[in-house]
Design a protein around this ligand. Sequence first.
Ligand code: HEC
Ligand code: HEC
Ligand code: HEC
Ligand code: HEC
Length: 463
Amino acid sequence: MGGFMGHGWSRRAAGMMLGALMLLVLLLCLLPGGDRGAADAAPAARSFTGVASCAGSTCHGRMEGDGKVVRQDELMRWQEPSSPGGAHARAFAVLSGTRGRQIASTLGFGDPTAAPACLGCHSTPAAAKGARFLASDGVGCEACHGAAGGWIASHYAVGATHASNVAAGMMPLDRPQARAAVCLDCHFGSDRPGQFVDHRMMAAGHPRVSFELDLFSSMQAHHDEDADYVRRKGRTDSLKLWAVGQAMAVERALTLYASAKGSEGAFPEFYFFDCQSCHRRIYDQAERSKTWEANPGRPIPVGMPPFNDENMIMLSAAAKVIAPGAAGRFDADSKAFHAAIARDRGAAVAAAGKLAASAGALANGFAGARTSGDMAFAIVSEIAGGAISPRFTDYEGSVQAVMAIDTLLNSMVKSGRVTVGAAAGIRADVNRAYAAVKEPNSYQPAAFRSALGSAARSIGALR
Ligand code: HEC
Ligand code: HEC
Ligand code: HEC
Ligand code: HEC
């Protein structure tokens, strides 16, 4: 069977009549997984089958989440209009709303629902499409779980395991690095066609993209982490997910910055730089009114835009606690990178490569690390502490810090270190920190640091 299913099969198929080929593809879809390889095997395995293929009422389209193994009402939850969990199902439709049409017409793209520059993130990017695939389904199941052609028929069969599904091409979203890579493609950008929101799109009206892996994962979750889930995939470690998410975001940003995406015409690509550093008021008066603050983590001369370092700051805090041996190197590499940007693009690209490697090594280290309940407390106190806190001089780093505090507090509740009641008691402090970053145009670094400090102190008191 193996030879028949493998590359020999593809070569033979090339010479066949179309009808026969279709029949074979159909047969392959219906056959159980067997020893067919992962996504690189038969073309059918790489085919996106479409949301309709998952939506049967005996599959993931039930009205009640009462399935034996998984809930089976995932479709409904993915579509839920009242929650952020429903955002992916809406992603295609928002393109033809007022804002979407205005962005596309400003850029000269015409109809946004047909613009490749938008569809890479606002629908399921699919190279090979099955008969039931529809771009209008938005960010469908396979955008995250992987093309289902290789496993749609086998994943619910008797004897199927998570490992056999993954071997047939299912994305192992339970692994923090695999999940981060999938989300970042759209929630930061990638080098694949149609997956980059450059500054020109922002200037045309696209919202700024902000992301934190653990928080956004819980916002869109459509599964229960019950005993059965834990048996099959293990318990989700929120702290690890957060830390790996930060490291992967730094690695992704630097890799893209070092690629052709890093410049636009004679300019650097502004997407990578701190938005507010350029978009500020100018005061022209006898008494200087300074709108920027010196930043100890970022040796960049006055008058130059800083690289957006929101994830670098968080990664520095995470490394100090989870991988103290590697923290010094990461901080040195990140300072060297900021300084290199002031020299020339060649130096910046070289330093970006080095820093990306540092971040990648931290992602690997975190993924394999043994975390403990104390670590979440230690990271919160690092974030608000003397080494990290002075680095909150800009809006975006501050937003990322509040999301971190929120995530880490939730992880303390999940791990049983903090009771639900105690967490609710300090919710007001966390909300004050959120309020301090609600409006970018009225952001005040000192006021933010004070709100963050008091939230961190209340959390620390629960230790
Ligand atoms: C790199 C992926 C990516 C690309 C490319 C992209 N977007 Fe988006 N878009 C997003 C994400 C992510 C959000 C949600 C931002 C947030 O709230 O965090 C979004 C939000 C939006 C929104 C606001 C939706 C709402 O619910 O208010 C509109 C409108 C939009 N995009 C239109 C477009 C158009 C038009 C294009 C093509 C010119 C485009 N996008 C290209 C990722 C992308
Ligand atoms: C934005 C990404 C994304 C989209 C879109 C998405 N999922 Fe998920 N899904 C996840 C993540 C992340 C998990 C949790 C990690 C895991 O167990 O794989 C998950 C979990 C699940 C689970 C539980 C798995 C288990 O082992 O218990 C099922 C079933 C599922 N999704 C089905 C669907 C279906 C059906 C759709 C489309 C209607 C869909 N998902 C759309 C990301 C996504
Ligand atoms: C193929 C692109 C794509 C992928 C992959 C993707 N997303 Fe999204 N996501 C989007 C777009 C586009 C939006 C905005 C849609 C809108 O506003 O209508 C969005 C919105 C969201 C929202 C709602 C945000 C809000 O402010 O309401 C959450 C939460 C989210 N995504 C989480 C995730 C997570 C977690 C993953 C990875 C498991 C992921 N997404 C993978 C494209 C994607
Ligand atoms: C290096 C400086 C710089 C950075 C960094 C920068 N921008 Fe801009 N931005 C500009 C310039 C220059 C313009 C064009 C102004 C004009 O057309 O007169 C602009 C225009 C815009 C506009 C259109 C304003 C209008 O009046 O229509 C928006 C919106 C915007 N930027 C958002 C962003 C966002 C979001 C970020 C961060 C992801 C960002 N910018 C980062 C320099 C910058």
